[in-house]
Ligand binder design. Structure first.
Ligand code: HEC
Ligand code: HEC
Length: 227
C-alpha cells in the first residue's frame, strides 16, 4: 500500500467515524426528553436528587453508571424493592444487607419521601438496558405485577415484600417462598398474618406490613390466588 492510499484510508475512516458520532449524539439529544420522561421531573424528584447528593450515596452506589462499585446499582432499585422496601433498607440497613455493610444514615421522613420519588423517576428512565440490571429480579417483579394485573400484585412490589419473600425466583430468602402460598394458606389465614404476623405464631419475626385494611384485602387475594 502506498503512503497516499494509507493517508486516504485514514482521512475517510476518520470522517465516517466523526459523522457517525455526531449523528448518534444529535439523535440521543433529540430523544432525551422522551427517554427520561422529563415532564415527570417534579420538584419532589429534584429534591430527592439533592438528598442523594447530601448523603453521598454515590460513595458506594452507582446510579445511571456513575458512582462507586462497592454497592448495588440504584438506577432500577424501585423495581426491586418498591417504595416501602427502599425505606425499610434505609431505616434499618442491618436487617436487609449481607456481609457488605450499608451505614444507617439519618434521613428525615421528608427526605426519605423525596429520595423515593427520585428513585422511582430513575427507574422509569428508558436507559436501553444500560447499566445492566438483574434480569431475574426484573422478570419476577414484572411477572408478579402482570400476573395479577391486580392492585394486590402491584402493592406486593411497592410495599417491599420482595425484600424477604421469593416469588417466581425473584426476591430475598428471609421469609418463605410465596410462589404457591395460595395452595398452603387460605385467604383468611393470609389476611390474619398480614394484620398481625404474630397472631398465629408468637415467634414470628416478620415485621407488621405497612398496609391499610383495603390494601390487606387486595394483597391477601393476590396471594391466596397463587396456587
Ligand atoms: C458506605 C457505603 C454506602 C453508602 C454511603 C450507602 N450505601 Fe446503600 N448499600 C451499601 C451496601 C454495601 C449495600 C448492599 C449490601 C448487601 O446486601 O450486600 C447497600 C444496599 C442498599 C439498598 C438495597 C439494595 C438493593 O439492590 O435492593 C438500597 C435501597 C440502598 N443501599 C440505598 C442507599 C441510599 C439511598 C444511600 C444514600 C442515602 C445509600 N444507600 C448509601 C452501602 C452504602
Ligand atoms: C423483613 C422480612 C419480611 C418482610 C419485609 C415481609 N415478610 Fe412475610 N414473612 C417473613 C418471615 C420471616 C415469615 C415466616 C414467619 C415469621 O417468622 O414471621 C413470613 C411469613 C409470611 C407469610 C406466611 C407464609 C407461609 O408460607 O407461612 C405471608 C403470607 C407473608 N409473610 C406475606 C408477606 C407480605 C405480603 C409482605 C409485604 C407486605 C411481607 N410478607 C413482608 C418475613 C418478611
Amino acid at each position: 500500500m502506498s503512503t497516499k492510499t494509507a493517508r486516504w484510508i485514514f482521512y475517510i475512516g476518520t470522517l465516517i467515524s466523526l459523522a457517525l458520532f455526531l449523528v448518534l449524539t444529535v439523535d440521543t439529544h433529540r430523544q432525551i426528553q422522551t427517554l427520561t420522561h422529563a415532564d415527570r421531573l417534579s420538584e419532589q424528584v429534584v429534591a430527592g436528587k439533592r438528598v442523594w447528593q447530601k448523603y453521598n450515596c454515590n460513595d458506594c452506589h452507582t446510579i445511571l453508571g456513575f458512582g462507586s462499585y462497592y454497592a448495588p446499582d440504584m438506577t432500577k432499585v424501585y423495581w426491586r424493592r418498591g417504595s416501602e422496601g427502599i425505606k425499610a433498607v434505609i431505616r434499618s440497613p442491618e436487617t436487609f444487607t449481607t456481609w457488605r455493610k450499608m451505614p444507617r444514615l439519618p434521613l428525615t421522613d421528608k427526605e426519605l419521601e423525596n429520595l423515593v420519588a427520585f428513585l422511582q423517576w430513575t427507574s422509569e428512565i428508558d436507559n436501553q438496558g444500560w447499566p445492566p440490571q438483574d434480569q431475574k429480579l426484573r422478570a419476577g417483579a414484572g411477572q408478579a405485577v402482570a400476573l395479577g394485573v391486580s392492585p394486590g400484585a402491584a402493592l406486593y412490589q411497592a410495599k417491599g415484600c420482595f425484600a424477604c419473600h421469593r416469588l417466581y425466583e425473584a426476591g430475598g430468602g428471609a421469609g418463605p417462598d410465596l410462589t404457591h402460598v395460595g395452595s398452603r394458606l387460605s385467604y383468611e389465614t393470609i389476611e390474619r398474618i398480614l394484620t398481625d404476623p404474630r397472631s398465629g405464631n408468637p415467634e414470628a419475626t416478620m415485621p407488621t406490613p405497612p398496609l391499610s385494611h383495603e390494601e390487606r384485602y387486595q394483597v391477601g387475594h393476590f396471594l391466596a390466588g397463587l396456587k
